[in-house]
Structure formats: structure tokens, C-alpha cells
Design a protein around this ligand. Sequence first.
Ligand code: GAP
Length: 479
Amino acid sequence: MSKKHLDKVISLCKRKGFVFPNSEIYGGLKASYDYGPLGVDLKKSISEKWWEEMTRHSNIVGLDSSIMVHPDVWEASGHVANFNDPMTDNKDNKKRYRVDDLLSQQKTKVIDDLCRQMSIQNNNDSDTLDRISTILLTQSDKFSNALESAGVIDPFSGNIGKWTAATQFNLMFKTNAGPSEKTGKSIYLRPETAQGIYINYLLVQNSMRLKVPFGIAQIGKAFRNEIVARNFIFRTREFEQMEMQYFVHPSEDEQSMSFWKEKRIDFYTSELGISQDNLKFHQHSEDALAHYAKDAFDIEYNFPFGWGEVEGIHNRTDFDLKEHEKLSGKNMMYFDQVKNEKYHPFIIETSTGLNRLFLMVLCEAYFEDEVNKRTVLKLPFDLAPNKAVICPLLKKDGLPEKAQNIFGMVNSEHKCLYDEQGSIGKRYYRQDEAGTAFGITIDHETLENDTVTIRERDSMKQQRVSCDKILQFISDNKI
Ligand code: GAP
């Protein structure tokens, strides 16, 4: 996939009502997007697939916790102290960059130079960039001039920047609860949904009489004040996470991690129609692990701008539960009545971003059919916002009335559209771009023998089908 592929997907998103730039009439708000009519349906279908995938396990239950929680939650979780990105400013033009992002835009010889200065090996991967960022931050006195002396270019100006020493930038959005800024408490918008699960885990366990191992799944908004937000909806400041926290006995963490790695990658190929070749695992090196993790794997997708993380699978150990216990003073241990054993379960987390999955699904589905001069969104049937378009060939001779009847019948089973505007070819092509799986045309022959033409989106194959067999045809032929 080329970079152009992304531009084409972005343009289609706006044209067809999947995603719009936010606040466009005011010039837009950077890295903020609104989901249009087709986008809402697609997003909902992806999240429903995820929810079903998780909650079909009888030991996984749901939760919907608040976006705003007691500020101590973020102290205990380590986010106040550690949820930082290293950043640097170019003193010449005041442009600010996340260090790893700036490094990812440099030539190899620049990275080689930095690695030489720091006596580390350049493995030509993102872990090397993370390692350099960490060293720049933790040894900022020693390496305050390292970026400049290595010749790090400012992507905005194209010149070598006059870089400040790397500093921490906390990614949490801080706001105020209560009517007065002076008396109100500072609170944070959650940067992950996970903590809402941890602080409720014993309430959930008790109320549902769950036994370890069990999981709690949640879908909800998360917020991060990203320094660099780009690549359309890939990295935004407001996004939706779908997280499942699986509570296991400490001796079973590695086995559970392997189980979930396999399950999660299967989900992408079997439920979201992603080709295996466009997916891979990336294991975090020890010094690139998040503050809470013992082991971590990303599932990456081959986006038009390169491989990018869509999901993290983390072994968070008992870190979070123990930290909450320390700060709240409340016992966070699970009691196994059968074994008469008390312990802090380990947590295996699967954490994905709904907006990233949405972008992944669109990038995978977007197809330019050179032979037939059309653009097609080859979405799996279950994800297509509309399953069929119902078209009377002409707006007369009783065809619209018959088409409305058929619309009512098909729409009661599958969401569909009614379209009588323009030539039939144009109507089909309009819907190909929107991912609509089938075109159903009502013509004069329909009035004679009660049959319609059904056209399949990807193959463009057309078949004559009896009206009473339309639903059967769809269920037999859906992709
Ligand atoms: N609870 C663990 C956690 O939040 P993470 O790797 O920071 O882990 C998990 O985030 C997932 O959330 C990512 O794999 C990505 O899909 C999504 N995500 C994170 N930051 C995002 C952002 N700024 N915009 C869109 N999605 C984001």
C-alpha cells in the first residue's frame, strides 16, 4: 500500500459520510474527527464484533466505568509520574516534537551517529529509537546537544534544528471538577479504560460470583494529549478503547498471555477480514516496556504509512492492584475459597483502539478496480453499513411500488437503502464505494414473473432470483 492509498481513503471517508474533519466551519480542530452516518454504523459493527468475541466466553463480563475517576487512581497507576513522552523543541522556530517521532523521520546516518554517541547498537527498528529517547531523557545533561551534533533535521523547516534537551510531557488532560477552579479538585480525563476495571474488579467478581480466571471487558473513550497526532484517525487526542482485563493466578500468566495472543490475531483475520500478510506481532524490548508491564506484544498492521500498532497485549502482573491497595489502603486481594488462598491476581490485558481498527478495515477494503473503472470497498458483509441497495429500474410503471415492498421485506432482516436516482450503473457504482454488498433491481420482468436481478459487489456478477428467495440468496452468498 502506498501513502497515496491513505489520501484516497481519507477522501472517500469524507465523500461517502464515513469520517468528517471536526469543526470544519471554524477551520478545523487538529487531530479531531467526527464519524458520519456510514462511519457510525461501521464503528458500531466493529465494536459489536469485539464485544461478542469477548463476552461469548462465559467467564468474561462487561463494565462501563466513568471517564472521570478519583485523581488518586492516576497517582496509584503511575500515570501522573510515568505517562510521559520525551519531547524536544526547535529553538529556531519553536516547533515541538515527540523525540521518537522526530527520530523516525531522520536518515540512517543520523541515527547511527546518535547510537555512537550513546554506545548502543542501531538495530534499525522502533526499539532503537525508543532507547535513544529514553537515554536523551534520563541523561539529559550529558546528551543535551546530542540531537544537534548528530544533525537532526527539523521536518518542518528541512534544516538542522537547534534542539532543547529532552523533557517530559505528561499526556493526561487535566481539568477541574466543581464550580470553582480554586476549590475544585483537579481531575484527569482517563488515558486508558483499564483503571476503571481494576478499581471495580472485586465488586464485579463478588456480584457475578466469578472465580479466577475471569475477564472484564469495557469499551469507552480515552484521552491523551498527544504531542504528535497524525495519520488521520490513527493517533488522535480523543479515541475509543476496547480493553479486556483477564485476571489469572500468578503462576498462569505466561500460559494466558500465549492464549490471548493467538485468540486476538485470529479475530483480525476471521472477523475483520484482514489478510494474515498484513499483520504481525512486535514484542517490546525490556527497556521499551510500559511502566506496568512485564511482557508486551503489539499486533501491528501494515498501514499505507508503514507498520503501526493496532493492539497491545500486556502482562501487567499484579502491579496495578498492589499500587491501588497501597494508596487506597483497601485490600485488593482475591480469595480462592476452594484452595483457601489469598492473592493478587496477575492481569493479562488485551487493549485495542476502535478508531485504529476502523482505519485498518478501511485501508484493507479500499480497492481500485482498473478494469471496470470503479472504486470498491470490499468490506466483509457483517461490517458493511448497508447490506443491499434496492433500485427500481424506472420511476414509473409500478416499479417503485414493487421496489418499496421488496425494500420493506429485505430491510426487516438486513439494513438496506432505497435508490431511484440516476442510471442503474451509476447507482451500483455509488454503492460499491460505500461497501454495500448487493444491488437488487426491480424491472418490468419483476412484474411479470416476480423475480429480481441481484448484483454482487465484488464480482459484479448478476443473477435472476425469485422474490421469495432474496433473503435466502443473501444469506447463501454473503462474504
Ligand atoms: N491499557 C493499555 C493501553 O492503553 P496502549 O498501548 O497505550 O495500552 C492501547 O493503547 C491501544 O489504544 C493501542 O494499541 C491503540 O490501538 C489505541 N490507542 C492508543 N493511543 C491512541 C491514540 N492517541 N489514538 C488512537 N488510538 C490510540
